[in-house]
Ligand binder design. Structure first.
Ligand code: KG4
Ligand code: ZN
Length: 352
């Protein structure tokens, strides 16, 4: 089945063409990062307006790279939440109009189900049950994936997501936006043991929190007399480089600590690392070591599939389309779409 997939939940307009689950024919991503950089974060109105202008050309380019026309598309998958509502609506409205006009089946895909599915793009035989560590700008969570398309949340963040923590720490230091990749690059030449970041203690064993680390960055800046850069292009002093290396080390240590507990609790067969922060060099190498130690199969998507893209949305939607699902009459965008079944509900109630 040939599926056209769309993603527009935040600041990337993306389209992909899949020909069955094992063949990604094209994946096109148009990023707006440069447009939001002067504001130090994504501006929802600007993002939605950009999606409106970009979606048609991005879809056309994906079809062209796949070497097909719209006539050959047999099904549509589109991110319908969670995300910025104005942005989600662009993708959902566009896909629904196409579905109506062409009489095609359409399914809405949860953005995180997409990120988790990215683990199977390069590794289609990755065994179940899998544990997925999803780390992005908006989410930090560990999901149990007992079977394709089934998700149970084991841990989530209280407060800032990991990517958000990177972005906010960078902002405090006067470093450019988005902070994650900048800190990651700088940290390579810093001393991760130069500054102390204590372990995070939270009641209820499996949860993340990074807000303490933000405060710690500020305190270390004050104590060590590190001033924010006056221009993002200035060369940071070595003390700042050491501080970001220590911060990156602490965030990755937290992510790994919770993942280790989740492995001990679930004894899964495989691990997936997904989301924008999965691009982090230290996180990639540490999780590789962890999977080796635990004897688990591991999938870390290549960088192009870590950030938002439509290939992952297509892969998550494809089995449902193949099974005959069609949401044409009910599909809607939702800024806060839930993911997971009744077991996840029960669990989250217990941990409240
Ligand atoms: O998944 P994503 O593209 O968008 C969301 O759904 O949020 O993730 C974007 C986040 C940003 O916070 C960015 O700073 C972070 O991923 N990020 C990184 C790295 N590359 C991107 N964080 C740490 N290290 C990186 N190399
Ligand atoms: Zn994302």
């Amino acid at each position: 089945m040939i599926v056209l997939a769309l993603e527009s939940s935040c600041d990337e307009t993306a389209a992909a063409v899949l020909d069955g689950a094992r063949k990604l024919r094209a994946s096109v991503v148009s990023s707006q990062i440069a447009m939001h950089a002067p504001y130090g974060g994504v501006v929802p109105e600007i993002a939605a307006r950009h999606h409106l202008g970009a979606i048609r050309p991005v879809v056309d380019e994906a079809l062209e790279r796949a070497g097909i026309t719209l006539d050959e598309v047999e099904g549509l998958a589109v991110t319908n939440g969670p995300g910025l509502i104005g942005c989600l609506l662009v993708g959902v409205s566009f896909a629904r109009a196409l579905a109506l006009e062409r009489g095609l089946p359409i399914v809405g895909v949860h953005h995180l189900a997409g990120h988790i599915a990215s683990g199977w793009l390069e590794c289609p035989d990755l065994p179940f049950e899998a544990l997925a560590l999803v780390v992005s700008g908006g989410h930090t969570a560990i999901w149990r994936v007992p079977a394709p398309g089934t998700f149970v949340q084991l841990a989530r963040t209280r407060g800032d997501a990991a990517g958000e923590a990177f972005d906010k720490a960078a902002k405090m230091l006067g470093l450019p936006y988005p902070g994650g990749p900048v800190i990651d690059r700088l940290a390579e030449r810093g001393d991760p043991r130069a500054f102390h970041f204590g372990e995070v203690r939270i009641k209820g064993e499996l949860a993340f929190s990074f807000s303490g680390y933000k405060t710690a960055v500020r305190q270390h800046m004050q104590r060590a007399g590190i001033e924010a850069l006056s221009s993002p292009n200035d060369e940071p002093p070595q003390a700042m480089v050491d501080l970001v290396a220590s911060f990156r080390y602490a965030v990755v240590r937290e992510l790994l600590r919770r993942t280790r507990s989740a492995i001990a609790e679930r004894r899964p067969r495989s691990l997936v690392l997904a989301g924008g922060v999965a691009a982090n060099g230290l996180l990639r190498s540490e999780i590789t070591k962890l999977a080796d130690e635990e004897g688990l199969a591991l999938s870390i998507p290549p960088l192009r599939h870590c950030g938002d893209n439509a290939a992952m949305i297509g892969l998550a939607g494809l089995p449902r389309l193949v099974a005959g699902e069609n949401e044409l009459l009910t599909l809607d965008a939702s800024a806060s779409l839930p993911l997971g079944g009744p077991e996840a509900e029960r669990r989250s109630k217990r941990h409240r």
